[in-house]
Design a protein around this ligand. Structure first.
Ligand SMILES: Nc1nc2c(ncn2[C@@H]2O[C@H](COP(=O)(O)OP(=O)(O)OP(=O)(O)O)[C@@H](O)[C@H]2O)c(=O)[nH]1
Ligand SMILES: [Mg+2]
Length: 295
């Protein structure tokens, strides 16, 4: 039997669990997640290796009504990913069955493609059993999906069924990536993202959206099994800098501690993390600053 492979775009409204799903499918944390919408900002590739197949997933920012330049770049990267792939995997939540603007925009995008399109209804751990079938039925009326699979990305339900449906639709093709490669992103990127994830978890209102993180220096001391990281958190206003630092530095210490613990878990190494905060005025609406921050 020949080797099967394919590219799969994971798209959906913000916060539906796209990144959580990718981490579960890969079995390793390669993309960050948070309870706040618009967490993912870049297109992130995750590679799933099977004995006779390889699935290359593309995690995308949630499709939403655009505001800032940053949001425009996020949404256009999500839309562009549809063109590069063989299979489209829409991840939605039970409540998305309503015709909100985000869903309408997504269905309009799907109408334009003839690629196999699967729907994963995520977070079914929150749905009563008797409501599941009616939910699937309502979704099937909104678009003619090739398959609808109820899943729980966080708790693991339905993932084998989803994998099976995806593998079925792969075509004979090469192994695009070596078997030990899980993502296309660098270590620096994942480290910056994990720090940004903690900002999403610890701060409120506009702060997560006004923050960007850049790793400025990395130094690995193999003998001591120690990774030293120096990173800068960019915010847009002086007042935001005050909030990120917090009273007597309490907020930045908390963000730093949580990020360090996660980094130590992900990389199995002791981490020394130095965090700095800088103001870069209105970076999320300035194209030069956006590029500098990697968007
Ligand atoms: N109960 C429950 N929560 C989930 C499940 N999957 C994801 N979540 C939660 O939903 C929230 C959003 O998850 P993400 O994976 O960041 O969602 P996303 O679609 O990548 O979001 P954006 O990148 O902002 O578009 C997080 O708080 C997750 O823990 C699930 O199966 N069940
Ligand atoms: Mg995401």
């Amino acid at each position: 039997m020949s080797f099967l492979s394919g590219f799969i775009a994971i798209i959906g409204p913000p916060n539906s669990g796209k990144s959580t799903l990718l981490n579960s499918l890969i079995g390793s944390k390669i993309t960050i997640t948070s309870p706040k919408p618009q967490t993912t900002r870049n297109r992130i590739v995750g590679i799933c290796h099977g004995d006779d197949h390889q699935m290359v997933f593309i995690d995308t920012p949630g499709i939403h009504q655009t505001r800032s330049l940053l949001h425009k770049s996020m949404v256009s990267s999500a839309k562009a990913s549809l063109k590069e792939v063989d299979i489209i995997l829409l991840v939605a939540e039970p409540m998305h069955v309503t015709h909100d603007n985000e869903m309408l925009e997504l269905f309009a995008l799907l109408e334009k493609t003839d690629k196999p399109t699967l729907l994963a209804i995520n977070k079914i751990d929150l749905v009563k059993k008797e409501n599941l079938l009616p939910l699937i039925e309502s979704y099937s009326k909104l678009h003619s999906f090739d398959a609808i699979i109820p899943i729980s990305a966080l708790y693991g339900g339905g993932l084998d069924a989803l994998r099976e449906e995806l593998v079925k639709r792969l075509s004979p093709g090469p192994q695009f990536f070596p078997p030990d490669m899980l993502t296309d992103k660098s270590e620096d990127f994942l480290i910056a993202e994990i720090i940004r994830e903690k900002i999403y978890h610890e701060t409120r209102q506009e702060l997560p959206y006004s923050s960007g993180v850049v790793v400025e220096a990395l130094d690995e001391d193999a003998k001591r099994n120690l990774l030293t990281v120096r990173a800068v958190i960019y915010v847009e206003k002086q007042s935001q800098k005050g909030i990120i630092i917090g009273k007597h530095g309490s907020m930045i210490q908390r963000i730093g501690r949580k990020a360090r613990m996660e980094l130590e878990r992900v990389f199995s190494i002791k981490v020394y993390l130095e965090l700095f905060v800088k103001v870069e005025k209105d970076w999320s609406s300035d194209s030069r600053s956006l590029r500098r921050l990697g968007y």
